[in-house]
Design a protein around this ligand. Structure first.
Ligand SMILES: [Zn+2]
Length: 353
């Protein structure tokens, strides 16, 4: 294992950022190359914990000659976000300087333009410098995993429909309960990787990418950071790598993926009609029927008509829930994976800002 650091100049005097990168050299040139990162949203640590244990497992495999394909791991991908403690609270999702989501605005380039990402890198701000290095590393691989988590959530993933159902092995290995099939219409990290593959050279548009995978994995909720969970997830990820021929392992047949598969158009985003305290009646992982009570918003405490009931628009599985118990008007409260298309209009791209 080789450990190095990418050094990024800060945007103000006296500041620089250091990004540790772990690399394993594979013994089989034809084996897929893998890139895995965690905590691009700096407050989402389940992936960092997972990668700590996965790296331990990979070091062991390396000592036994079991690393077949090159593997690059960045366990904490966003030192800039991790430093944004604002009035005592970590602000890891948006860059405070530009109000840009750390997982948006990745350059949408053709794979052939990869070298340009890090050319004259000091012409870019620290955040763009970071994004360009992460994307450049990922584009050197065929398997790319970006580890995130939700507020409160099940184990699920956003998978570009181009990679489905081939990616069901990852969903099975990580014991996911749901997969959201996305349309690849955003500038999120995972989609910038897939964009480059689809457009290997300028003017080209590939619609199938066998053997490749770029995915955003949602490792439950922000508070689901526990040793047993992280070890179990690391084992799951190792099984996926073994199945794809990146590492060697005794083959344990993977069970078929049995979770819910829903295109983004079938995700009901439940919103608060008014502001107030949120009383949830249902938790993540529960299946609900159309019309079932999901939450009560206490909009006008103490008034006879002060509470508003929110009911499920259709049958489905509750995949995520916000962790705050105060809702602003129109705030997102839940994501429910359903069998039918949502009647609410959705813009192409990601579900959330
Ligand atoms: Zn995230």
């Amino acid at each position: 294992m080789d450990v190095s650091e990418i050094i990024i100049a800060g945007d103000t005097p006296g500041v620089e950022w250091r990004l540790p990168v772990f690399r394993f050299k594979g013994t089989k040139p034809e084996a897929p190359r893998t890139y895995i990162q965690a905590a691009l949203h700096a407050n989402e640590l389940p992936g960092t914990a997972l990668l700590h244990f996965l790296l331990e497992r990979l070091r062991q495999a390396e000592s036994e000659g079991g690393i077949l394909g090159d593997i690059t791991v960045v366990p904490q991908a966003n030192p800039i976000g991790a430093a944004q403690s604002h009035f005592g609270e970590l602000q890891g999702r948006f860059d405070l300087g530009t109000r840009t989501n750390f997982n948006r605005d990745f350059p949408l380039i053709a794979l052939g333009e990869r070298p340009s990402l890090v050319e004259n890198i000091d012409r870019h701000s620290a955040v763009d410098w970071l994004k360009r290095h992460l994307l450049s590393m990922a584009l050197g691989a065929e398997l790319v995993l970006d580890l995130h988590c939700d507020d409160e959530g099940l184990q699920y993933a956003y998978v570009d429909e181009t990679f489905w159902p081939e990616a069901s092995d990852l969903a099975a290995a990580l014991d996911m309960q749901a997969v959201f099939l996305s349309d690849g219409e955003s500038s999120a990290f995972e989609e910038a990787v897939a964009h480059a593959w689809k457009h290997e050279s300028a003017g080209e548009r590939r619609t199938s990418l066998p053997g490749r995978l770029s995915v955003t994995v949602e490792l439950r909720g922000t508070r689901d950071v526990y040793p047993e969970m992280a070890r179990k997830d690391a084992e799951g990820l190792y099984r996926f790598l073994a199945r794809r021929g990146v590492v060697s392992a005794e083959s344990h047949p993977l069970p078929a993926f049995g979770g819910v598969v829903a295109p983004l158009d079938n995700i009901e985003i439940i919103r608060a009609p008014e502001s107030g305290a949120i009383l949830f009646h249902k938790d993540v992982g529960e299946s609900v029927k159309e019309g079932e009570l999901l939450a009560t918003i206490i909009a006008r405490p103490g008034m006879a008509d002060g509470a508003i009931e929110i009911r499920s628009p259709q049958d489905g599985l509750i995949v995520t829930r916000v962790s705050t118990r105060f809702a602003r008007r129109r705030a997102d409260l839940m994501k429910i994976a359903c069998a039918e298309t949502s009647r609410a209009a959705r813009k192409p791209g990601t579900l959330e800002a």
